[in-house]
Write a protein that binds this ligand. Structure first.
Ligand SMILES: *Cc1c(COP(=O)(O)O)cnc(C)c1O
Length: 414
């Protein structure tokens, strides 16, 4: 459930008319709902009540400082994949002690900064990373808490670009290798073995692959315990899907009750790293129809948002719902909704039946995750404004970029 609804024939974000936001702040713009973010965070937090747990929001899904701030105030931890994301968490008031650091290519600088900030855990993804982290921690006279990210080799049944738990993926280490690396890590002066992590993919629509992965990871935990390596926490990753069209993604509570059953009595603290399921339908992208163009075979609605603002449709062939902000009576036509960027891949939606005209506003729904964060300046287009609605107030949480912003740091030859 989200807080974007039709009221008296117009789309609202919480208590604010989306058309009014567009009038004041221009288009394209991303509009987020604070109440929706909070609701989704709480759904995970409450689903895990009764077990020692920490929900670590995956920052890469939407890293706006205001989004992180809203979640930090609820006690969220954070899953980061770069030093930049750590800086965002700290500036947003997040607690470094609740941060897990994932990613296959952490630099020594990033390791140092994260160690000095006192993060909760490094999710280590390779033998070379373990060795480097050991060296960096020793040089600082400290120990780095680690979990190995294991790759349980289960098929998450999702798009290949967002599937991460198969043998042929670059992520994590296979279970046999993990067992060897844990033994090595236990003898390293700069490493403190803390837990185990797995994350098998994104936009998962079934719980089954997550449970299969958990079984394999728990079997590893038992084999390690038998060798005297006792883990304190298990990080189950993120990946629960959201509804873009007619999908029926698992509810956090269904997932949580299934994993609680498997974890009962083991004394392991549970971490989870949801990104999309928290931010996805907490945001929309608002765009204006620049004009209608009827070709021989197709009609195009040309809008002021493009693939540089919203990459998911063309990158993943993703279907995202497109709705009029002020639905009107009139003749429905079938349109490809496309942006102004000079690429045939620049489309937001294809073959959509809409009653629209030039000047109308459209909203692309469920654009709160992997939306703005994937935006670029391709075609020297300024990135969109980001706004957060909180009840009946609207806050500018990222100003629309200016042309000066776009060219900052560039220089002509002397
Ligand atoms: C991307 C990512 C997540 C979040 O995935 P969602 O599908 O957005 O929930 C969690 N953990 C890791 C390691 C990731 O890379």
């Amino acid at each position: 459930m989200d807080h974007f609804e039709l009221r008296d024939g117009a789309l609202y974000a919480e208590n604010v008319a989306v058309a009014e936001i567009a009038r004041q702040h221009g288009t394209p713009c991303f509009v987020y709902s604070r109440a929706t973010l909070e609701r989704h965070y709480r759904a995970f937090d409450e689903a895990l009540s009764g077990v020692d747990h920490q929900v670590c929001y995956a920052v890469k899904a939407n890293s706006n400082l205001a989004v992180l701030d809203v979640l930090a105030r609820l006690g969220a931890g954070f899953d980061i994949v770069s030093g930049g994301e750590l800086e965002r968490v700290l500036r947003a008031g997040g607690d470094a002690g609740k941060v897990v650091f994932s990613g296959v290519g952490k630099t020594a600088d990033e390791m140092r900064t994260a160690l000095q900030a006192g993060i909760f855990c490094f999710n280590v993804e390779s033998a070379f990373e373990l060795e480097q982290l050991d060296a960096v921690a020793r040089s600082l006279g400290t120990r780095a808490p680690i979990a190995l990210r294991v790759n349980p080799d289960v098929d998450a049944g999702t798009h290949p670009y967002i599937s991460t738990g198969l043998k042929n993926n670059k992520f994590g280490v296979d279970i046999a290798t993990a067992e060897r690396l844990y033994a090595q890590a236990a003898g390293m002066d700069g490493i403190e073995v803390a837990g185990v992590a797995s994350h098998i993919g994104s936009q998962l629509l079934e719980i089954r692959p997550l449970l299969d992965a958990l079984d394999r990871v728990l079997a590893l935990v038992e084999r390690l315990a038998a060798r005297g390596i006792v883990l304190r926490h298990i990080d189950c990753g993120g990946g629960l899907g959201v509804r873009y069209k007619d999908e029926r993604p698992p509810e956090p509570r269904d997932w949580a009750s299934a994993i609680k059953a498997k974890l009962a009595g083991r004394g392991l603290r549970v971490l989870t790293e949801p990104g999309r399921a928290i931010a996805g339908n907490a945001g929309i992208l608002v765009t204006r129809v620049l004009g209608i163009k009827h070709g021989e075979e197709k009609s195009f609605a040309i809008v002021d948002a493009a693939m540089n603002d919203l990459l998911r449709p063309t990158l993943y062939q993703a279907w995202m719902d497109i709705v009029p902000v002020q639905p009107r009576d009139g003749k429905v036509h079938r349109y490809d909704v496309v942006g102004p960027v000079c690429e045939s891949g620049d489309w937001i939606g294809r073959e959509r039946d809409l009653a629209i005209d030039a000047g109308d506003l459209l909203a692309v729904r469920t654009a709160g995750a992997y939306g703005f964060v994937m935006a670029s300046n391709y075609n020297t287009r300024a990135r969109a404004a980001e706004l957060m609605v909180d009840g009946d107030r609207v806050h500018v949480v990222r100003a629309r970029e200016t042309l000066d912003d776009l060219m900052r740091g560039e220089a002509r030859l002397p």
